[in-house]
Design a protein around this ligand. Sequence first.
Ligand SMILES: [Zn+2]
Length: 184
Amino acid sequence: MPHSLERCPDCSGSVSKCNSSRSRIIEDLQEDSKPSVTEHVLSRYWCSHCRKKVEPVVEDALPDSQIGHRAICLAGMMHYLQGTTLSQILDVYNYHLHFPVTEGGLVQAWHRIGEIFRPWYDGFLNSYGDGSERGAQTQSVLMTIMCTLKMCGHNPVQILVDALKSYVRSGKLPPLPTKITANG
Ligand SMILES: [Zn+2]
């Protein structure tokens, strides 16, 4: 899949195309849980304002991650919401879904998204008036967010995937889904 750029992702200034590109492979699970492997071809550009090379942003995965958002969030939901053990998840992914992941890869990815979603978690604590759990572990952050989304009638995986895409695109986490802030 080729990606091009009209404006600099950092300063929105105009860019000129360089004669180089790189390819980035992202593996993910589709909505029907079938694995997909996508090669993204990223052309490089020069931003004369930032005075650096820039490239198009691929919103389907976190920077430097080869695993897409959905595969990470789905495994996270199995673990943090449904209580599936890590070794069971590895079985399901590696043998049933034919999606290769390692324990270290998954845990590291959960830590990353736990940090990204921490502002939502802090938002919940403010809404419910308990400030004692600041500095919480990835586990409580993701568990709380997924439980709350589910209780409010959302599909936790879809909400997190959309929020991560927006985060990768803009560098900012979107606001909490309205149904939750309205209740809080
Ligand atoms: Zn720039």
